[in-house]
Design a protein around this ligand. Structure first.
Ligand code: GLA
Length: 755
């Protein structure tokens, strides 16, 4: 294997003798192996080996030098002449020049030997030694169809039988790279991994600007942008479950200056992991940016047995030289094609009863709501929290969680009757579960206190009156699987599941695990094992990823879910901002948006905002006045006519709500024949509105389009002249004024090619 991948370059035979290393040269076709080494086996290579990993627009280039150090020499625009990548180090003068360590730009930084910066990996070997030096052994590549190439670079410590394989999965058309590491050893005893990042990147630019996010319940995705200064900036979470509550793992780094929507160089990054993550952004003493991302090593030194593989989660990144818009569209395409469950498929519109009833409902009330579901015109009724538990009925959030039997007084005939009744009404039925959690007031807790994450000798501390079940324990994994499995087995027509996760982990401790340091990691392994098993058995049931809002949105989870719940905050004005920020990283088809009674905006505004994704309702339909109901019914029909453009089209952010009184977002069909443009007033001060035309994007400049206003409130005539025609160029260079003002706070436009 090693030799296979070494067979590349020159026609040379070498004999090299160094102080400690005696080498006998081999005659190889291209360049590589100078020697089989005796003693301390640091082999020397005849010349540098360049490994360019190219997408349509970019190249991430590794260099293996003669000492077999593997470094990142370039991540930037693809060069036409691949041979020129080898010239890059001298252009940047990467070597010498005060890099005392000579591993500043290492492809994967070790610790305890030459590296003086933040490491990607840090270990204690079986013999107690703390040093690690990773040198090149081989590289190879694998093709997954014409558009995906996976590179593997194997590194090994010359002194210890310890290796790391770096994997780069390159999605050529989308400019996306997923990088992860597989760590393994064959030492005489266990090795302790103190740090085990998925990747470290190394970037060169005059300045770096970090766009990061913070939040809390109902305040998800608050952006902050700042210039990166020397030292380390860490983005991390230690919450275990609901890990994104205060900080999601997604972020952007602009190179040179802050990138705009259509200009500037920007790198989007995300760790594909739903548990504790940690990203260090280190501006080093030579002004280069090192980005090191992976599972958070907080409270988690990992004991790795000989022969065991430690596979890190994927670190996802995409580089754009055309601003944030291009990066988003590429990432959306990638997600729909490769990651998000059923990313190219259909989604169901729905009526949810959470805010309509909270815990207060019974069978007859739900039967009314099923009728309302039909009346409204959506596809599915979603029964939320409160349908289960008997000894400690789930009539509030203080009890019952864990006891997944239908509550007999609320639902004497069970879920099956409701599923059937839904069918009689011509709609589908979905259900809420929160299977990872338990209320102390539950039969589950009484029966299995050892299944609960808690410190044996400390007082319990609750988050939303509940505790987390120990998914590190295989019995708990089986239990969590059975919650869903039983529901679907008993009700094969069940068409939707909302999987919630409301608590963080306090007092992290597993009664099952021997090594508590493995808890956070084993929890996530357990969760993914359950999700995988569910998806193996039920590959298509749509499932919403909810975590008291957007506390758990990431691309590892989204491979098992068709959609996520961005926030419990459904105030449409707030939502314009929240959805805007999510849109940088996630495609609209993945975002579940519900029309509720939050906020002061009229029903049209609330519905229009929810249409920028997957539309749902969480209102009392019978409380709607006639016109509001008619509006909703028509809007749903309208939405059904253009939802494919929103879900599968290209998204263009036209006017940022943080920068003006009007927010505009558009979706353009891939063939550029139609677009939907959503416009909202986001500032209620006197006289605010769309004082200028909004410049559309993504249209065909030479095509001719007609612009019509859709989703009109009953009785309202549009001020938009639907008879006028415009060239694509006009709409993009001059723009179109949606005429948003205090009397028209929400305007949806449909743009259609006429020739
Ligand atoms: C969380 C979810 C809500 C709802 C409640 C039910 O807060 O985000 O949508 O399902 O739980 O308890």
């Amino acid at each position: 294997m090693i030799l296979r991948s070494l067979l590349f370059n020159t026609e040379s035979v070498f004999m090299v003798k160094t102080k400690k290393v005696k080498m006998v040269g081999l005659h190889l076709r291209r360049w590589t192996l100078l020697a089989v080494c005796a003693g301390v086996n640091i082999c020397v290579l005849a010349q540098d080996r360049i490994i360019p990993m190219e997408t349509i627009g970019n190249a991430l280039v590794l260099k293996v030098d003669q000492k077999k150090d593997v470094s990142i020499i370039y991540y930037g625009k693809k060069l036409n002449d691949r041979g020129e990548y080898g010239l890059i180090p001298q252009a940047y003068k990467l070597t010498g020049d005060g890099d005392y360590t000579q591993v500043l730009n290492a492809a994967y930084s070790g610790s305890g030997s030459r590296n003086l910066m933040e490491p990607a990996i840090s270990v204690t070997h079986a013999d107690g030694n703390n040093s690690l030096d990773l040198r090149y052994v081989s590289d190879d590549q694998q093709q997954f169809g014409p558009d995906v190439t996976q590179y593997r670079v194997l590194l090994k410590d010359p002194v210890y039988d310890f290796e790391v394989a770096l994997y780069y999965k390159v999605y050529i058309k989308q400019d996306v790279i997923e990088q992860w590491s597989v760590i393994k050893h064959n030492e005489k005893g266990n090795v302790v991994l103190h740090k085990y990042a998925s990747a470290n990147l190394y970037l060169k630019a005059d300045e770096f600007w970090l766009n990061q996010y913070h939040g809390d319940w109902a305040k998800e995705m608050q952006p902050e942008e700042s210039k990166i200064t020397h030292g380390i900036k860490t983005l991390d979470t230690k919450l275990g479950t609901r890990a994104n509550l205060f900080q999601p793992s997604v972020f952007m780094v602009s190179l040179g200056k802050p990138a705009g929507e259509d200009e500037g160089t920007v790198l989007y990054c995300a760790l594909e992991y739903s548990g504790n993550f940690r990203t260090d952004l280190e501006l080093d003493f030579q002004d280069n940016l090192r980005i090191i991302s992976g599972i958070n090593n907080y409270a988690s030194p990992y004991t790795l047995k000989p022969g065991e593989e430690f596979v890190t989660p994927g670190f996802l990144y995409i580089l754009s030289h055309k601003g944030k818009g291009y990066a988003s569209r590429q990432l959306h395409d990638w997600a729909r094609n490769y990651k998000l469950l059923d990313g190219k498929g259909n989604r169901l519109t729905l009526l949810n009863n959470w805010e309509a009833t909270y815990f207060d409902f019974n069978e007859s009330r739900l039967k009314e709501l099923l009728k309302d579901t039909k009346k409204l015109g959506v596809d599915l009724f979603l029964l939320d929290d409160g349908w289960f538990a008997n000894k400690y009925p789930r009539n509030g959030d203080t009890s019952g969680l864990g006891d997944w039997q239908e509550n007999k007084s609320k639902l004497p005939n069970g879920i099956a009757t409701l599923v059937k009744e839904a069918g009689n009404n011509g709609v589908k039925f979905g259900i809420w579960v929160e299977p990872e959690m338990v209320n102390p007031k539950s039969e589950l807790y009484e029966k299995h206190p050892d299944w609960v994450v808690k410190q044996p000798a400390r007082a319990e501390h609750y988050f939303r009156n509940q505790l987390v079940l120990d998914l590190a324990n295989p019995q708990v994994q089986d239990f969590v699987f059975s919650v869903i499995d039983n529901l679907v087995t008993k009700n094969p027509a069940l068409a939707y599941i909302k999987w919630d996760c409301n608590a963080v982990i306090f007092n992290a401790h597993s009664a099952y695990l021997k090594n508590q340091s493995h808890f956070f990691i084993e929890y996530m392994r357990g969760l993914y094992a359950v999700l995988k098993k569910l998806r193996d058995k039920y590959p298509t049931v749509p499932m919403m990823l909810c975590s008291g809002g957007g506390g758990r949105v990431d691309y590892a989870a989204l491979q098992y879910f068709t959609e996520y719940w961005p926030s419990d905050n459904t105030d449409p004005l707030e939502r314009v901002f929240i959805q805007w920020e999510y849109s940088y990283f996630y495609p609209a088809i993945a975002g579940a948006n519900h029309v509720t009674d939050w906020g002061k905006q009229p029903i049209k505004y609330r519905t229009d905002v929810a249409m920028m994704g997957k539309l749902g309702f969480d209102i009392v339909v019978s409380h709607l006045n006639e016109k509001d109901l008619t509006y909703c019914q028509n809007a749903i029909k309208e939405y059904n006519s253009f939802k494919q453009i929103v879900w599968q089209g290209d998204q263009y952010r036209l006017a940022n709500p943080r920068e003006g009184a009007v927010a505009s977002m558009s979706y353009v069909s891939k063939d550029q024949s139609s677009a939907v443009v959503f416009n909202y007033l986001v500032n209620n001060r006197y006289g605010q509105g769309s004082s200028h035309p909004v410049k559309l994007k993504g249209l065909d400049p030479v095509a001719v389009y007609r612009v019509t206003e859709v989703a009109l409130y009953p009785g309202v005539n549009s001020v938009i002249d639907a008879d006028k025609k415009y060239s694509g160029q006009f709409l993009m260079d001059v723009g179109f004024n949606p005429q948003v003002n205090s009397g028209r706070t929400s305007v949806v436009l449909k743009v259609q090619r006429v020739k």
